[in-house]
Design a protein around this ligand. Structure first.
Ligand code: PEP
Ligand code: MG
Length: 320
């Protein structure tokens, strides 16, 4: 069965009721993207570019970055690649960027908030990204977005740089939905973004006010909390009809039970660890999306906690 699963991993996955779901991979660099291609990923759903910045004593220059981004694109055949702009602050530190010690770094200047204060760093990264070919396969994603204006500012910057570089094409630009404010305003973001990708790790942390790093809360900081699922539902509905596809790149996308709830809520793409691609595609092929969607909405109408919902999903998925 494992061999069949691995062979089938290279084929696109559809649910029993014929809903196509893209299964992409989360990677930190070129080696992992090669592993993702081997594993049958339909693309890279998240390249965490901070890993390219963290392994050094100073920020990588334009040529170093361009080389890595190009290699990642080259490693993925004809598949699309989503590269996230530098996401540091809070749990992700860079020793050459002296970030001030603040009482609540998770609520501080991080992600795109930090990059707008270091326009020089952002410009080097955007120029390196705009130098790759083919640009049609590159998608740029912005982390920690809280309002549409932040994405609009990045798009304007890309436009300015692309004009300077005499480029004819522009890469797609998307926003991560990982702050409750972004999920609540997803309809507004969908009007300025080419795609949305839900970061369930941070979205869970910020919705439940539970630190993602706190071991005492690890058992309760669950994406299957109805509040988090409502925000995901809201994001999908907010983007519907706007030609703005919605994916998930947080750990929930590859989670044993949660992936099915995400598909049931209407997410079109899941981005998972390369090693999970085959199993998630196999699960999708067995899933009746419409049936689970109805069942999930019925479960969520009652008072239900994440542990109970997890058990019910597990049972549902085992009954195939
Ligand atoms: C997330 O928050 O879910 C996410 C994908 O980003 P990271 O885990 O890198 O913060
Ligand atoms: Mg995040």
């Amino acid at each position: 069965r494992a061999i069949v699963e691995r062979r089938m991993a290279h084929e696109p996955a559809r649910t029993q009721d014929s809903v196509p779901i893209e299964v992409c991979a989360n990677v930190a660099g070129v080696e992992e993207s090669r592993a993702a291609f081997e594993a049958g990923a339909d693309g890279i759903g998240l390249l965490r570019s901070e890993f390219i910045f963290m392994a050094r004593h100073e920020a990588p220059d334009h040529d170093t970055q361009r080389e890595i981004y190009q290699q990642v694109l080259d490693s993925m055949g004809s598949h699309p690649v989503i590269i996230r702009t530098l996401d540091v602050g809070a749990d992700k530190q860079l020793n050459y960027l002296a970030l001030p010690a603040v009482p609540n770094p998770a609520l501080g200047t991080r992600g795109i908030r930090l990059m707008t204060r270091h326009q020089d760093l952002l410009d080097v990264q955007l120029r390196a990204l705009l130098s790759v070919t083919p640009l049609e396969r590159l998608h740029i994603m912005v982390p920690m977005v809280t309002e549409a204006a932040e994405l609009v500012a990045v798009r304007e910057r890309i436009e300015t740089l692309a004009l300077e570089m005499n480029l004819e094409k522009r890469p797609a630009l998307g926003a991560m939905i990982e702050v409750p404010a972004a999920a609540l305003c997803a309809d507004q973001l969908a009007r300025v973004a080419d795609f949305l990708s839900i970061g369930t790790n941070d979205l869970t942390q910020y919705t439940l006010a539970m630190d993602r790093e706190d071991p005492d809360l690890a058992g309760r900081a669950d994406v299957l909390h109805p509040a988090v699922l409502r925000l995901i539902d809201m994001t999908v509905k907010g983007a519907a009809g706007r030609q703005c596809p919605v994916g998930v790149c947080g750990a929930a996308a590859g989670d044993q039970q949660a992936w099915a709830a995400l598909v049931a809520l209407g997410v079109e793409e899941l981005s998972v660890e390369p090693a999970r691609v085959a199993a998630i595609k196999a699960g999708i092929r067995k899933l009746d999306r419409a049936a689970l969607s109805r069942q999930l909405r019925a479960w969520l109408d009652e008072p239900i906690d994440s542990a109970t919902l997890r058990q019910r999903l597990e049972q549902w998925l085992n009954e195939y």
